[in-house]
Write a protein that binds this ligand. Structure first.
Ligand code: FMN
Length: 379
């Protein structure tokens, strides 16, 4: 794991004096980071315990392989793919990387069992189940295939249940995240769950855009982290240029949850960039609720109209570049996406920020480590 740290020490340079002191502190900080996320990295089989959160239409072979090749852990988003499409995507990813990666399956997919079998046949090492709580049959099928199972837990009681069911790791994702979200912030979920779930590694997701935040969650007991938004504008992401442009222009406050006008007509909360589609969704809800009130539409049909509004909207935005009426799912960390970069650069930047944060902690701690560093350097 140390070679990543070495990457940042210019080849051939011979640090001496202050430089040597700095290099010593940097190396200690990097070792501390490796200790902090060792459990997560060992679980994933990657150098860095940084998962690239599966993003439907975005997390395909190129980005997934780039994240794994960069030292992180890429995850294919199966979304609505058929088993044959998923099989082709896994095969294409295997051709681009020999590093471990995972597959994210949505529990509501009508062919979930076949998709699990597809992963098993390709010997996928890690399967992430997203969506509703998984049933026992899916859990058993994944575990019988020899894959490690990761599940999302939106509350402590569910995390405990998932561990009892056999989940090998838990992902907690706060409402700062892009895509489908729950009601609780990452910082609160972390405090609710991290002190209590020690049996399996817990990965924290939602709103993480910099290495300092990664360190903070690791110090709270996380085994690793998962980031999605930060990877959308990677060179290796095939998201439409207009989708990427929307990310580059947006600030944290532009990434808003879908609004619900009337509690009788629930809306599944999704965080996305506000656009014309967001406005039209409000108009549609208003019309549908009025028509229902006038008896022109049954409650069930009204609900269906609301649910169907966003069907295919993520694909339209990511693949076709319709960022006006499509769903531009993005997390609040979108404000920290300021330029297109290679995936490796993004990962290096996160590690560098994490290492700097740990170096600052060492300095703040009264320089105990610094004195040690100096005496070892003979100063
Ligand atoms: C465009 C987009 C699509 C996403 N699609 C999925 C998905 O298909 N399955 C899933 O489990 N999570 C999905 N997510 C959530 C990510 O996997 C990840 O957990 C989340 O982005 C982490 O929070 P962040 O956006 O603040 O980094 C999506 C997120 C985005 C931004």
């Amino acid at each position: 794991m140390i070679p990543d740290a070495d990457r940042r020490i210019a080849p051939g340079s011979r640090p001496d004096g202050a430089d040597a002191h700095d290099a010593g502190r940097r190396l200690r900080a990097r070792r501390r980071l490796d200790r902090l996320w060792r459990r997560g990295a060992e679980f994933l089989g990657s150098g860095l315990a940084v998962m690239g959160g599966a993003m439907t239409w975005v997390s395909e072979r190129g980005l997934v392989a780039a994240i794994s090749n960069g030292g992180g852990f890429g995850v294919i988003a199966c979304g609505s793919m058929s088993p044959a499409q998923l099989d082709a995507e896994i095969a294409a990813t295997l051709a681009l990387t020999d590093r471990p990666f995972g597959v994210n399956l949505i529990t509501m997919h009508p062919q979930l069992q076949e998709l699990i079998d597809t992963c098993a046949a390709r010997r996928v090492g890690h399967v992430v189940l997203a969506g509703a709580l998984p049933g026992a049959a899916a859990v058993t099928r994944i575990k019988d295939s020899g894959a490690k199972l990761l599940c999302f837990a939106p509350a402590l009681v569910i995390a405990r249940r998932l561990v009892r069911m056999g989940a090998d790791a838990i992902v907690i994702e706060g409402m700062e995240a892009g895509g489908h979200i729950g009601p609780v912030a990452t910082s609160v979920l972390a405090q609710e769950i991290l002190p209590h779930i020690r049996e399996v590694p817990v990965f924290v997701a939602g709103g993480i855009g910099r290495g300092e935040a990664i360190v903070a969650y690791l110090e709270m007991g996380a085994a690793g982290v998962q980031l999605g938004t930060r990877f959308v504008c990677a060179h290796e992401s095939t998201a439409h240029p207009r989708f990427k442009q929307a990310f580059l222009r947006a600030g944290a406050r532009d990434a808003v949850p879908s609004a619900q006008l009337d509690p009788r007509f629930p809306v599944i909360p999704v965080r996305a960039l506000a656009n014309l589609g967001t406005q039209k969704f409000l108009d549609l809800q208003r019309q549908v609720i009025d028509r229902c009130g006038r008896g022109e539409l049954s409650q069930k049909d009204a609900q269906l109209e609301i649910e169907h509004f966003w069907a295919g909207a993520l694909r339209r935005a990511v693949v076709e570049g319709d960022v006006e009426t499509g769903s531009v799912m993005a997390g609040q960390s979108v404000g920290m996406v300021t330029r297109e970069q290679s995936t490796r650069e993004i990962l290096d930047e996160l590690v560098e920020q994490a290492v700097s944060a740990l170096m600052a902690r060492e300095a703040d701690a009264g320089g105990v480590g610094e004195r040690g560093g100096r005496s070892r350097a003979g100063a």
